[in-house]
Design a protein around this ligand. Structure first.
Ligand SMILES: C[S@@+](CC[C@H](N)C(=O)[O-])C[C@H]1O[C@@H](n2cnc3c(N)ncnc32)[C@H](O)[C@@H]1O
Length: 303
């Protein structure tokens, strides 16, 4: 029977990773990053091994933590030059186990993405991404490339899912509960994946999203975004980590309604434990659900 578990502290990121880089073009949102590592860990072989191809690898903290979590090899690709320099300086490993390269995953083919790595990547392969997922007006893509996910928050999900599919990889995708989760589940199922595990973490709106909430609120009004209004912050959402496996054709896919129901149930909670997920009348989720109830970050940096 799938269950809801709770994790009350950072497990994968180290105290050093929780220090803000302080660089203008290096994304820092530790809860987001930690969730991405949990998602990768859900998909890695139980005894360790395999490769993670991390698309939009940011500071590199996630990639290093994925190696710590058991990946034999992690290769991160990011299109931010300053971001790449930071990742290489702080997280590339001398033994070549963790590497980074400059690249735009919306332009490169899957084969070209693999070719940015300095050598062959051992299988099995997991493609992960915590892409820019905030639904924002189109012009925000220029000013806020680390968070702007286009008008529905899923601008980057299509190419990422497509790369995973072409490469025959399992898929770890992080979105927001306002990034049209119903549509995300449909894209995932349509590409032949099934959701295998879900990780949720409540997070207050970021500064830029608070200043420009129009898209998010419009999506909420249409029933496409789930916001958290009954928690400690007036406007919050859930970071949603989706660990997805290639479906073998006999399994039931979909998950659109189940994911939306799960998020709506969570959104009735008053505390960051998301206690309503345990209520006797809550529909049991069809997947294991992990709630990250993390200490709030003192600093966040989105660019
Ligand atoms: C939300 S941040 C996530 C960073 C990192 N994965 C983490 O969890 O800490 C998104 C990252 O994707 C990068 N990015 C955005 N669009 C990209 C693209 N088309 N190709 C490669 N990287 C991209 C940004 O530079 C940024 O570092």
């Amino acid at each position: 029977m799938p269950s809801v578990s709770r994790v009350g502290a950072y497990t994968h990121l180290t105290p050093d990773d929780l220090e803000p880089p302080g660089e203008p073009e290096v994304f820092f949102e530790p809860a987001d990053t930690e969730i991405g590592v949990w998602v990768a860990a859900d998909l890695l072989p139980p005894g360790g091994g395999g490769t993670v191809l991390d698309l939009g690898s940011g500071s590199g903290a996630a990639a290093a933590a994925m190696a710590q979590a058991g990946a034999a090899r992690v290769h991160g690709v990011d299109n931010g030059r300053q971001t790449l320099r930071w990742a290489e300086r702080h997280y590339a490993s001398p033994d070549g186990r963790v590497t980074f390269a400059l690249g735009d995953y919306s332009l490169l083919s899957p084969r070209e993405l693999l070719a940015t790595a300095p050598g062959p990547l051992p299988r099995p392969l997991v493609v992960t991404s915590n892409p820019a997922y905030v639904p924002l007006p189109a012009e925000a893509a220029r000013t806020h490339p680390s968070i702007s996910g286009g008008t529905d928050g899923l601008k980057w999900a299509g190419p990422i899912i497509g790369h995973a599919r072409t490469l025959g990889a399992d898929l770890g995708l992080t979105i927001g509960s306002y990034s049209t989760p119903r549509r995300a589940a449909a894209l995932i199922a349509g590409a032949g994946y099934r959701i295998a595990a879900v990780t949720l973490c409540p997070l207050p709106f970021g500064a830029f999203t608070l200043e420009h909430p129009e898209r998010v609120l419009a999506l909420e009004e249409r029933g496409e975004a789930v916001l958290w209004r009954s928690g400690p912050d007036p406007l919050a959402y859930f970071v949603v980590g989706l660990a997805c496996r290639r479906a073998d054709g006999t399994e039931q896919q979909g998950g659109e309604k189940e994911l939306t129901d799960l998020l709506r149930t969570a959104a009735r909670s008053a505390t960051t434990r998301l206690e309503t997920l345990d209520a006797p009348d809550a529909a049991p989720p069809p997947w294991p659900v992990r709630v990250l109830d993390l200490p709030p970050a003192t600093t966040r940096h989105h660019w």
